[in-house]
Design a protein around this ligand. Structure first.
Ligand code: ATP
Ligand code: PLP
Ligand code: MG
Ligand code: NA
Ligand code: MG
Length: 346
């Protein structure tokens, strides 16, 4: 066994970066998945810091890795997860990877977090938006945009719950429709020695956060077959007065992990994912001091509250900068979340 230590943040333990693969891979492994991470960038720290240094993988280099896997017959995957992508050429290569993986496993589920921006600001080149809209949405089995990204993908404003649900409908309509695209559920029936294959298109959309009245709303939508009415639900999330990085990546990874275990129940998958991060449900919130971050009991702690508490204990003001997730310290919350967040079905 060889262990490589690339960086040992001894004194500066809070000042590191849990985004991208660093937020997604460990939780997926905890949920029992074998993960082959490919880093599209390798930076000293995340881009929320004043400066960063490091390398960016280009599309050609990504394709080389795919070729290497293929030459050794290692290209059978059940899921592909993508997050932040910084250029059109890389995103186009990712689309080729989706095709390639589906030519080997037509049931490959492509989970896409279309990371483009947040709170009214785009933080990728503007040319990426139309590629996501025109080429990625039609092949993604599950999309996990935030409010801003869902607006960009649908070209419509989201200011209410019903706007959020309508955005999901628009994304389903633009979503997977052809054989071999999207999540393909194969029903095999033996008929006179022949195998009859029936493909059902599934499309899942989770808008991971919509800001409404100072709180967060998650809206989930599962269209089990093209043209069908989707099953939709919401989860109300009390907003903690702090800014975390990596929570979007973590949420998408947990949604992938749990929805694979509960393929017919996106509601349950979302409850489990949210409950790993959040300690208290919305109704308790309104009758407590949780919103002010005054709850300190260990039993009521989930990942975000633990992160907040750890910063406080170390004497940091949690509102002065973005907080790095206490991911390793929260492994029990990831493995066995206490489901205190209930989805409400529409
Ligand atoms: P993307 O990665 O696509 O930009 P996003 O903007 O939705 O996604 P976040 O805003 O980080 O990502 O939200 C993802 C989840 O993290 C939310 O559903 C919520 O559970 C949790 N979360 C993030 N910030 C807070 C907060 N301040 N208070 C409470 N929950 C939060
Ligand atoms: N990915 C990268 C490479 C980033 O630099 C950042 C933010 O700095 C994010 C993702 C943001 O992730 P999240 O939406 O999970 O907070
Ligand atoms: Mg956000
Ligand atoms: Na998201
Ligand atoms: Mg985000």
């Amino acid at each position: 066994v060889s262990v490589a230590i690339f960086f040992c943040p001894l004194l500066r333990e809070f000042h590191w970066g849990y985004v991208g693969n660093k937020s997604a891979v460990f939780p997926l492994q905890l949920l029992g998945y074998d993960v082959d991470p490919i880093n599209s960038v390798q930076f000293s720290n995340h881009t929320g810091y004043p400066t960063f240094k490091g390398q960016v993988l280009n599309g050609k280099q990504l394709w080389e890795i795919i070729e290497g896997l293929e030459e050794n017959n290692l290209l059978y995957y059940t899921h592909l997860l993508t997050g932040y992508i910084g250029s059109v050429s890389f995103l186009n290569t990712v689309l080729e990877v989706v095709n390639k993986l589906r030519s080997i496993n037509p049931k490959l589920m492509y989970v896409c977090d279309p990371v483009m921006g947040d709170e009214g600001k785009l933080y990728v080149p503007p040319e990426l938006v139309s590629v996501y809209r025109e080429k990625v949405v039609p092949v993604a089995s599950m999309l996990t945009p935030n409010q801003f990204e869902a607006e960009r993908l649908t070209g419509s404003r989201i200011e209410s719950e019903s706007d959020g649900r309508e955005a999901c409908n628009i994304l389903h309509a633009a979503g997977p429709s052809k054989k071999g695209q999207g999540f393909v559920d194969e029903i095999c029936a033996l008929e006179a020695g022949m195998i009859l294959r029936l493909y059902l298109m599934e499309s899942r959309v989770v808008i991971t956060s919509i800001n409404i009245d100072g709180n967060l709303l998650l809206i989930g939508s599962h269209q089990k077959e093209k043209g069908q009415l989707p099953e939709q639900f919401k989860i109300m999330i009390p907003k903690i007065p702090a800014y975390f990085t990596g929570t979007g990546d973590l949420t998408t990874a947990l949604l992938l992990g749990w929805s694979n275990k509960y393929p017919d129940n996106l509601e349950k998958a979302a409850e489990l994912a949210v409950s790993s991060l959040q300690a208290w449900n919305a109704s308790e919130f309104f009758s407590s001091n949780y919103g002010h971050g005054l709850i300190d009991s260990e039993e009521q702690t989930a990942l975000l509250q633990r992160t907040l508490n750890d910063y406080r204990k170390a004497g940091h003001d949690p509102q002065s900068s973005s907080l790095e997730l206490r991911l390793i310290q929260s492994q029990d919350d990831i493995r066995n979340p206490q489901v205190n967040f209930k989805a409400e079905r529409y």
